[in-house]
Design a protein around this ligand. Sequence first.
Ligand code: SAH
Length: 348
Amino acid sequence: MDKKDILSMDKEELKSFVKDMGEASYRSGQIFRALHGRMAESFSDMTDLSLKLREKLSSQAVIKGVRLIKKYRSSIDRTIKYLFEIENGYIIESVLMEYEYGYSVCISTQAGCRMGCSFCASTIGGLERNLTAGEMLSEIYAIEREEGIRVGRAVLMGCGEPLDNFDNVIRFIELISDPEGNNIGKRHITLSTCGLTEGIERLEKLKLPITLAVSLHAPNDRIRKTIMPVAYRYGYDDVIKAAAHYADATKRRVTFEYALIDGINDRSRDAEELAHRLKGIMAHVNLIPVNSVKEKDYRRSSDKKIREFSRILSENNIENTIRRKLGSDINAACGQLRKSYSEKKGAL
Ligand code: SAH
């Protein structure tokens, strides 16, 4: 019999699992708090349960988490990047960032990615597999255990496209925000997507008070298509419309991410066109100097161009910020570390 993935179970599933084992229902609350509140790594750590029950659990279920294999500390800020191994030997990355208001963790939602954005390292080898909800949770739990901290915010901006792994991601959001568990409030969770409009619409219907970020990276379809293949499937206007609708329905400001790439999307007229397209939407633009990726020939825009781009948006009343680059010395951008680690391992 396959052992059950207990970390990915929602509360109802855990209740019926406990019931099917012939145990009293209050046990499921105890197990939930041990798994998600105290981040137990094994059943033997659950010392508030009888030995017999712990043995029964071990024989029927498994706590399927990620395994820490490497840790990189930035020497210029307090950012830490982690490489984790998941079942089947795939490698994923997570990043811990420290802000004035506390700790934030950027998690991966898939090993690899099939979206094919031309500037992104995560997608170079295609999609390896979806992460389970338990694996996503365990990226955060492993970091909390390792550093002895509590994390206050989660951003779904690591490897993968969260809306391409929709059900597991929603399950993750429900579990990580449970007050009896890690209790990271939904308002402190940001989900970033390359703009799968039907996914945005599905998300909107769930009425979760999370922040939606949309990776736009261009002022129109023509430029977007040259860097994001997903633009062939989802038209620019439809992506903007879905995001605007999401903002209206949830009363939460949407973030548009815009990675500035030298000579591709950073001209003054691109900024003017972007401002025009976003007029009237409850939105914020995050300008990100693109991180160069070894395999790609993209360079970041000059600081002068970035400031000029930002000024034009502001002049047109489009709120924007230039993202502070954290962990730039440890390749804290998507997928770069994981790739170079796997290459080195392969070369040994
Ligand atoms: N698939 C989702 C989430 C993961 S990518 C999405 O597309 O939003 C997280 C963010 O990092 C996205 O905005 C993505 O476009 C951006 N990104 C990827 N590679 C980058 C690079 N080399 N430099 C700057 N930003 C990058």
